[in-house]
Design a protein around this ligand. Sequence first.
Ligand code: AMP
Length: 613
Amino acid sequence: MPEAPKNTLKPTTDYNLELKNKKTLQFIEDVTSNADEVQKKVLEEILSRNAHVEYLQTRGLNGHTDRETFKKTMPVITYEDIQPHIDRIANGDTSPILSSNPISEFLTSSGTSGGERKLMPTIEEELGRRSLLYSLLMPVMSQFVPGLDKGKGMYFLFIKSEAKTPGGLVARPVLTSYYKSTHFKDRPYDPYTNYTSPNETILCPDSYQSMYSQMLCGLCQHKEVLRVGAVFASGFIRAVKFLEKHWRLLCNDIRTGTIDSQITDQSVREAVMKILKPDPKLADFIEAECCKDSWQGIITRLWPNTKYVDVIVTGTMSQYIPTLDYYSNGLPLVCTMYASSECYFGVNLNPLCKPSEVSYTLVPTMAYFEFLPVQRNNGVTSSISVPKTLNEKEQQELVDLVDVKLGQEYELVVTTYSGLYRYRVGDVLRVAGFKNNAPQFNFICRKNVVLCIDSDKTDEVELQNAVKNAVNHLLPFGATLAEYTSYADTTTIPGHYVLYWELSLNGNTPIPPSVFEDCCLTIEESLNSVYRQGRVCDKSIGPLEIKVVEPGTFDKLMDYAISLGASINQYKTPRCVKFAPIVELLNSRAVSSYFSPKCPKWFPGHKQWSNNN
Ligand code: AMP
């Protein structure tokens, strides 16, 4: 298997950096050219080292490491299938259940099961694999944008709260795990990981202090900044909005060379003081720009040497493209990688392409990949669908990485080094081309997800149940819900969920606004923990809104869909709308609107661990 280049060179001269880049690009050439051989070896390695784990033994794999036996013997699974094993590990069973390596921690996915974050087991060495994927990004980028080693990246990176399982393992999001690891904290000098944010500001658990100090450091070093970004588009826009709200305080700090007293974390203060110097001229400049009526192009105005915005805008994040274009004056939006808590998957080898054309090349050393062909009805899913268990024939339909067909859509299935075997990730991908023998995929969607603002992923069933709970508030007024749909409104910052409700009113008692507000809150209380965390802790999602629409609105919606070619027999009310003319139609018929009056309840960790945290 081609060896990944080690990050040991000290690139103090251009020559070293060039050599390092060359080696990295050669690694990509090698693994993509030999994709099938690499995949075969990855599977052999995973299965041989885990031959004695309970999960493989009880399914009768008997130490086989070849693809054919593996595919014949092992079922294709979802999270719910392995949840009993995960629960045992979470409760302290340290026997080799899924992996022969000790489970080092759980990564809490933004995908949920039963309203709670999914727990993905991981092992220590996975951090190395994640670091490897990160190390590919800048050598690829430098082929298209030269000179990125001559300045800094202003990235807004954050950690989130963590919890302990009853068995004592840490459970936290994958990025929190990565930023807290020595791979990130003690990274060797590299001009490509030279960020404006000191580690202490990224690792500060208080989100206000973390954002404030990162913004302050970014402003102080504004001329050195060559690229800006965050993980997802929503996070970057949140940073711009933060600046809009707090630039006066920030300018004051820059003018005086002191830090605002709300920043109380001592390690953050010390780290910032190494960067912050009194600079009245810079403060005047920032103030003059922020005072202007329009914030169009604020990124290029304040950070004039920025060459691109590094954020994920594929999938649901594409809803933020117009806002990013506005703030950045149309700088290239670069999506560099595709990853998850289960496993990091791949990189974009053509990073300056348009967001709509982004494709990710899966790196064959990361995991063993299989693909389940999917048929979608022109991208429209209007009925509630729950992932079904695959029958034997369907399990046989899974194809290997090098066998996928151009233009075909597939659901991604992974077998990882940390103990997931033929696990359905839930993402739908389309083959857009090939790099040597390795396919490149457009990200199409996450199965079943209807609403998303930040890292929340709300599916139709969750939405339906939440609405069902809320409408109980209407019963005393003789009102029932005739129809509903929803919309992720990202024109407000932070974005928020909007529910359009058409009511059947049988009684004469008017419904007071407070009842609708209670409905809003009940929906929020009923949604999954990632949504509630976004509302409560990260403040990345705004209060949920119910818009009551005139009677007959949903008939109009049907007429409109039919005029666009929908079949009258098969028409079902979509439970989520995105198409602008439909949203306009609904808004034009809204008669009243109500917001959730307060935040729903949320606490770190799983509900059942509440006593342990
Ligand atoms: P999590 O496990 O919470 O980190 O979420 C991982 C999921 O985020 C993936 O399975 C995708 O659905 C989504 N995701 C990650 N990277 C991308 C990307 N580059 N484009 C679109 N969606 C992505």
